[in-house]
Ligand binder design. Sequence first.
Ligand code: CA
Length: 230
Amino acid sequence: MNQTILLVEDEKEIADTLTYALSSEGFEPVWVSSCEAALSNINRHSYDLGIFDIGLPDGNGFELLKTVRNAGNDMPIIFLTARGEEIDRIVGLEIGADDYVTKPFSPREVVARVRVVLKRLEKQQKILEQNATTDNGLFRHLAEQRVVTYQASPIDLTRAEYQLMTSFIAQPGRVFSRRQLIESIWSSNHPSDDRAIDTHIKTLRAKLKTLNPHKEFIITHRGFGYSLEP
Ligand code: CA
């Protein structure tokens, strides 16, 4: 799937140039021209990266980034700054931007920065996942291999079952609500019915039963959710 980029820029000419450059490099840019439109888009979609202009008709790029960060969104951001906005640059990086490009720029330069930032993020993600091998004694989650093992043997799981197991193994004994489990599989605003989770738990239970028929690994907490036996 193409990586989506939210471009917040009020100058149509710049926006057109960047949109064209990003699309022809295989990205999927979405252009908005105000902070308000940017925030409403960010609330509805998850973007792989944002490119924010500083001077916008209803605010500035820094305020926009602050609002985005305060909402707990850590999407990578590249600022577009006017030439000589030295202070802006520093502030920009201090408040949690990932990079900046000075106007006037060549579209190729922007695309190159986008690639660098996304690559860096991918690397960090990998390191994070490598460290995320978790263990509850019987079950083990090997994040890098995307595998859950039982007494060192891999279990054949669907994507949803895998996500459920990784949540359970990370915090054995913790009771997860259905909503929390739904969010671990899909995203926070997935419209899925809470009962969808019961179906996945049922098939997961059946698989775990084959590992040890005498044991109930997943405990039901009536009216609330599920936990993995600690
Ligand atoms: Ca502007």
